[in-house]
Design a protein around this ligand. Structure first.
Ligand SMILES: NC(=O)c1ccc[n+]([C@@H]2O[C@H](COP(=O)([O-])OP(=O)(O)OC[C@H]3O[C@@H](n4cnc5c(N)ncnc54)[C@H](O)[C@@H]3O)[C@@H](O)[C@H]2O)c1
Length: 253
C-alpha cells in the first residue's frame, strides 16, 4: 500500500513508539489520528503533525467504537492501524511480601491484550466497507505491538509477557480471519526503545541490559520503529507474522 494520502489510526499515539510512527507516517504523506487516554499530549502532537487527537481508553468497547467513528467522520476510514497503547508493570509472581496482586495482572491484560484486539476488530470492520486499493484486493493493515519480553521472559514480567504473547498469538488467526477482505495483520516485537514507558525501568537493570545488546549497543529510537511500521504498511507480503526489532538482544532472567 502506498501510505501517501491514507488515514493512519495510532493508539498510544501521543507518546513513545506510537508518536515515532506518527512522525514517520506523516512525513510519508499519511493523515494520522492519535487515540490516547492522554488527550493533552495527543493534541500537542496532532497540532504539530496536522493530524487529529481523540481521547480513548483502548480497553473500552463502546469508547473505541465512538473514537473510531470520530476519526472516520473527520479524516475518513483508516487503512493503517497501529496498536501502540500499552502499559508495563514489574512484579514477581510471589515473594515473601505476598502474591502478585491479581487486579494488577488483569489490568495489564485488559489494556495490552484486550485493548489491542478491541481496536483491531472495530477498525477492521470499518475497512471491510472500503474499496480495494489494488489488483490483490488489499484494503488495509492492522499492526500490533508485542515485545521481546513475550519470548524472553525476564523476571517480574509475568503479566506483561502474558499480554504480549497473547498479541503475538493473535496475529495469525486475525490475518486468516481478515484475508478474505484484503486486510493484513502483523506484529512487531520491539527490544529496548527509549520512550517514557522505558523510563520506568530501574536504572540498575538498564545499566546491565544495554551492554548486552549485540549491535547496535544503544537504545532504539522511536523513528527506527516508525520506519518498520511504514515498511509493513507498504509491503503486502508481510502478513500473519511477528518481527523482532531489537539489535539481536535476548533478555536474560
Ligand atoms: N519502549 C520499549 O522499549 C518497548 C519495548 C517493547 C514493547 N513496547 C510496547 O510498545 C508500546 C508503546 O510503548 P511506549 O514505549 O511507546 O510507551 P509510552 O508510555 O511512551 O506510550 C504509550 C502510550 O499509550 C497510552 N496508553 C496507555 N494506556 C492506554 C489506554 N488504556 N488507552 C489508550 N491509550 C493508552 C499512554 O497514554 C501513552 O501515550 C506498548 O505496547 C509497549 O508495551 C515498548
Amino acid at each position: 500500500m502506498n501510505v501517501t494520502g491514507q488515514v493512519a489510526l495510532i493508539t498510544g499515539g501521543a507518546s513513545g513508539l506510537g508518536a515515532g510512527a506518527a512522525r514517520v507516517l506523516t512525513k510519508a504523506g499519511a493523515k494520522c489520528a492519535l487515540l490516547d487516554r492522554n488527550l493533552a499530549l495527543a493534541e500537542e502532537l496532532a497540532a504539530e503533525l496536522g493530524g487529529m487527537a481523540v481521547e480513548c481508553d483502548v480497553s473500552d468497547g463502546p469508547g473505541v467504537e465512538a473514537a473510531i467513528a470520530k476519526v472516520v467522520d473527520t479524516l475518513g476510514t483508516p487503512r493503517i492501524v497501529l496498536n501502540a497503547a500499552g502499559i508495563d508493570i514489574a512484579v514477581r509472581t510471589a515473594s515473601p511480601k505476598g502474591a502478585h496482586p491479581l487486579d494488577e495482572f488483569e489490568r495489564v491484560i485488559k489494556v495490552n491484550l484486550t485493548g489491542t484486539f478491541n481496536v483491531g476488530r472495530v477498525a477492521a470492520y470499518g475497512m471491510i466497507g472500503l474499496d480495494p486499493l489494488d489488483e490483490d484486493g488489499e484494503r488495509g493493515v492492522v499492526i500490533n505491538i508485542a515485545s521481546v519480553v513475550a519470548q524472553d521472559g525476564p523476571v517480574g514480567q509475568a503479566a506483561y509477557a502474558a499480554s504480549k504473547a497473547g498479541v503475538q498469538g493473535m496475529a495469525l488467526p486475525m490475518a486468516r480471519d481478515l484475508a478474505p477482505y484484503g486486510i493484513r495483520v502483523m506484529t512487531i516485537a520491539p527490544g529496548m526503545f527509549e520512550t517514557p514507558l522505558a523510563s520506568g525501568i530501574p536504572q540498575e537493570w538498564i545499566d546491565n541490559i544495554i551492554p548486552t545488546v549485540p549491535f547496535p549497543k544503544r537504545w532504539g529510537n522511536p523513528l527506527e520503529f516508525g520506519a518498520l511500521v511504514q515498511q509493513i504498511a507498504e509491503n503486502s507480503m508481510l502478513n500473519g507474522e511477528m518481527i523482532r526489532i531489537d539489535g539481536a538482544v535476548r533478555l536474560g532472567a
